[in-house]
Design a protein around this ligand. Structure first.
Ligand SMILES: *[C@@H]1O[C@H](CO)[C@@H](O)[C@H](O)[C@H]1NC(C)=O
Ligand SMILES: *[C@@H]1O[C@H](CO)[C@@H](O)[C@H](O)[C@H]1NC(C)=O
Ligand SMILES: *[C@@H]1O[C@H](CO)[C@@H](O)[C@H](O)[C@H]1NC(C)=O
Ligand SMILES: *[C@@H]1O[C@H](CO)[C@@H](O)[C@H](O)[C@H]1NC(C)=O
Ligand SMILES: *[C@@H]1O[C@H](CO)[C@@H](O)[C@H](O)[C@H]1NC(C)=O
Ligand SMILES: *[C@@H]1O[C@H](CO)[C@@H](O)[C@H](O)[C@H]1NC(C)=O
Ligand SMILES: *[C@@H]1O[C@H](CO)[C@@H](O)[C@H](O)[C@H]1NC(C)=O
Ligand SMILES: *[C@@H]1O[C@H](CO)[C@@H](O)[C@H](O)[C@H]1NC(C)=O
Ligand SMILES: *[C@@H]1O[C@H](CO)[C@@H](O)[C@H](O)[C@H]1NC(C)=O
Ligand SMILES: *[C@@H]1O[C@H](CO)[C@@H](O)[C@H](O)[C@H]1NC(C)=O
Length: 638
């Protein structure tokens, strides 16, 4: 009895050991789903490195039928056992169950169950009862992936032939028809996905294995995602340089477009070389969110703008890249701009040129007016060629000197000195002009009116010399003429009417007594009416406005228009001191000295005089003339 029991226990242990020898990996998590009539591939995951080293160890895989517990072997048209896979080529409802795979190596043994679920397809519907969900995005190309990649890769390994077909619902989708294209790797491409593209898509894999043709399908529940976005496109800035005035306010927009539906997740930033620029308006350079708007056509999307604001452009901003970056999951496009200082503007340049030309012109005009006399004199001296010779114009004198004759009265002495000494000294002796001086050059006995008229006619200029009292005295019954009885004030300027004034005191100097009034009026007449005589006013004393008011109309007019050469100006400041010096010198060293300023032809006064005097033409021979004139003068005076 005990022996029997012992043998039984031994058997039991042997049995136990033989079973426990196989390591149980339990039910595989992945289930295999199938529908009646289709193929199903069962797979063991035991042939893996984490189980045993299958590259070095030899192994056998055996599959067991869950219903009978029998080892499965090739059955034509129904079962193919190949490598680690079990193919059921035409599944039936009763084939469902847990199939056991046992992997045996020379020393070890592993077991695993794989569950096959067989379901009836839903009535009146195409495709599998179980579906994989896939999502495609509207408006862009969508790709559906058939979940039969394992089958395909196994078939490829076996070098078996296979083909793929796609259905939408029950309808076959043909390759390259409409917006659909079959791709390798069991993919279907849908161009520009539309809302109505949602639905059940079924991919059917047909293949030859073990001499028969079988097929397997998967259905994809396709939903359309209506929100999407693509790579943003930056429209501004345009990688350009912008010229901007220093110190000015400036802003640049970063304008970008995201083709999208819904809210794209993007962010726009401005950055310079060093850092991102913050949206802090207190900073000198900051960013501000600009406009944002949606566009429906030609493509749907969102425009967005972020401004980069320079509240004041500074030197340091120039020659720097300011980059606008748009961050998105679809890429980070960026564009930049660079600020440059502006060109000196053309308008400004022209303005400057015109301005300086104007300034130059004004300066030259002013200079010319200031130094007119010097310039003209210099020009005359340098280019006598440009002036016609006056020698042959039929005139005897260069100038007729008309002066107030008030002998004995205080100022009369100075006037006489000026007329009889200084004028001839400078104009005749030094400059070579020929003067007619009443009282010096008058021929004795000549009728005064005739003398005046003739000599005036024979002169090119009239030097009208006067003092403050010259014209005013007349009103106070003390005229030009030294003798009141020779008053010819009645003369109306027309030489012919002055017959009555013939009563000339023909005494010493002949016409010395002739009235300057008459000369004056005669001169004015010639000048104003005939235009034949140029009158030069020579002012010996300063004239106050009150005194001026008493001047004859014609003189006032002339003085206003052409001005007067003022003797007193050259006397005023310098002479008092220098005169005495000059006199001293003259006394001691005589003629070796240069002439005193009042007699120097280069003094202001004499320059002006020379300026008004007639121009000596090209052929004029100064030295000879001067000598001759001096001679003749000498003789006449004597
Ligand atoms: C079959 O098993 C291998 C590993 O052994 C695994 O890579 C593959 O995905 C499995 N296929 C299926 C259809 O379960
Ligand atoms: C499998 O065995 C080979 C040869 O012995 C060895 O080189 C390899 O590392 C082993 N692999 C693993 C995963 O143990
Ligand atoms: C695999 O099976 C073959 C034949 O059935 C046998 O000869 C071989 O020894 C087996 N190998 C292992 C590791 O069991
Ligand atoms: C696969 O089939 C092609 C011919 O169709 C053959 O040339 C090739 O050798 C085969 N490869 C295998 C591994 O059977
Ligand atoms: C897709 O298949 C499911 C399950 O069979 C079904 O309920 C649904 O109506 C189908 N969808 C369409 C659009 O046919
Ligand atoms: C079953 O048939 C396939 C070819 O169809 C062959 O490769 C495989 O070795 C066979 N399996 C058995 C256990 O005979
Ligand atoms: C298809 O997928 C959508 C979303 O993924 C889900 O709402 C719907 O219920 C699914 N339909 C079926 C039949 O599984
Ligand atoms: C940007 O410049 C434009 C004109 O150049 C001006 O109208 C606008 O107000 C400026 N924006 C900011 C934020 O300074
Ligand atoms: C600005 O960027 C452009 C293009 O990336 C580059 O060629 C240029 O050298 C940059 N300039 C500066 C000043 O960094
Ligand atoms: C501007 O330059 C960037 C590189 O700095 C480049 O990626 C971008 O396409 C350019 N944009 C334009 C409009 O040229």
């Amino acid at each position: 009895r005990y022996l029997f029991l012992g043998v039984f226990i031994l058997f039991y242990f042997i049995l136990l050991c033989s079973i426990e020898n196989c390591k149980d990996y339990k039910l595989q998590f992945e289930r295999v789903f199938s529908v009646p009539g289709e193929a199903a591939m069962l797979n063991t995951t035991l042939v893996a490195m984490d189980v045993f080293n299958f590259t070095t160890e030899p192994y056998n895989v055996t599959w067991y039928d869950p219903r009978t517990g029998q080892e499965l072997s090739n059955q034509t048209g129904r079962v193919v056992v190949r490598g680690e896979t079990l193919w059921l080529l035409s599944v039936q409802l009763e084939d469902a169950g847990e199939y056991e795979s046992i992997v045996r190596t020379p020393s070890r043994c592993y077991r695993q169950q794989t569950k096959l679920v067989v379901e009836k397809p839903p009535a009146g519907q195409c495709g599998r009862p179980r579906q994989a969900g896939q999502v495609v995005t509207i408006s862009v190309n969508g790709f559906l992936s058939c979940p039969l990649k394992d089958y395909i890769s196994k078939l490829k390994d076996y070098n078996a032939s296979y083909s793929m077909k796609w259905y939408k619902g029950c309808e076959l989708i043909e390759d390259r028809r409409g917006r659909f294209t079959y791709l390798s790797m069991a993919q279907l491409k849908v161009e520009k996905v539309e809302l109505e593209d949602s639905g059940n898509y079924t991919c059917t894999l047909t293949f030859d294995l073990g001499g028969v043709t079988a097929s397997v399908s998967e259905t994809i529940n396709t939903t359309i995602k209506e929100t999407y976005y693509m790579r943003p496109i930056v429209h501004k800035p345009e990688n350009i340089t912008i010229k901007v005035e220093k110190g000015s306010r400036f802003n640049q927009s970063c304008l970008m477009f995201v083709p999208c539906v819904g809210e794209p997740s993007i962010s726009i930033s401005w950055a310079d070389k060093n850092d991102f620029i913050e949206s802090v308006p207190e900073n000198r350079v900051y960013t501000v969110d600009g406009r944002s708007w949606r566009q429906e056509s030609p493509s749907r999307g969102l425009w967005k703008e972020v401004l980069l604001v320079f509240s004041e452009v500074r030197e340091e901003d120039f020659y720097k890249n300011y980059t606008c970056m748009v961050f998105s999951a679809r890429g980070t496009p960026q564009c930049f701009f660079t600020l440059l200082p502006p060109d000196p503007q053309i308008a400004l340049t022209i303005g400057l040129v015109l301005g300086s030309a104007t300034v130059l012109f004004i300066t030259s005009v002013v200079l010319f007016y200031l130094f007119k006399v010097d310039i003209v004199l210099c020009f005359r001296r340098t280019f006598p060629v440009f002036y016609t010779n006056t020698d042959s114009d039929g005139k005897l004198y260069d100038a007729y000197v008309a002066y107030p004759r008030q002998f004995g009265v205080g100022s009369g002495v100075e006037t006489e000195t000026f007329v009889f000494h200084m004028l001839p000294q400078v104009l005749e002796k030094t400059c070579g002009y020929k003067l007619f001086i009443t009282g010096r050059d008058c021929l004795p006995g000549q009728a005064i009116v005739n003398a005046v008229e003739e000599n005036m006619q024979a002169s090119r200029r009239l030097l009208l010399i006067y003092t403050a009292s010259t014209f005013t005295c007349r009103r106070q019954n003390s005229s030009f003429s030294n003798n009141n009885n020779n008053n010819i004030t009645k003369s109306d300027g027309d030489g012919g009417n002055s017959d009555g004034s013939d009563s000339v005191d023909g005494g010493d100097g002949g016409c010395v007594n002739a009235g300057q009034q008459f000369e004056c009026e005669m001169a004015m007449y010639r000048m104003l009416l005939e235009g034949s005589l140029k009158v030069v006013l020579v002012e010996l004393e300063p004239i106050s406005p009150a005194q001026l008011a008493l001047f004859p109309e014609s003189v006032r007019h002339l003085r206003k228009r052409h001005g007067a050469v003022c003797w007193w100006k050259s006397q005023d400041r310098r002479t008092p001191r220098r005169k005495s010096e000059d006199e001293e010198k003259r006394g001691t060293r005589d003629a070796e000295l240069p002439p005193p300023p009042s007699l120097s032809p280069s003094s202001r006064f004499w320059k002006e005089m020379r300026y008004h005097m007639p121009v000596r033409g090209k052929r004029a021979m100064y030295p000879e003339k001067t000598a001759l004139l001096t001679l003749s003068h000498g003789s006449r005076i004597s």
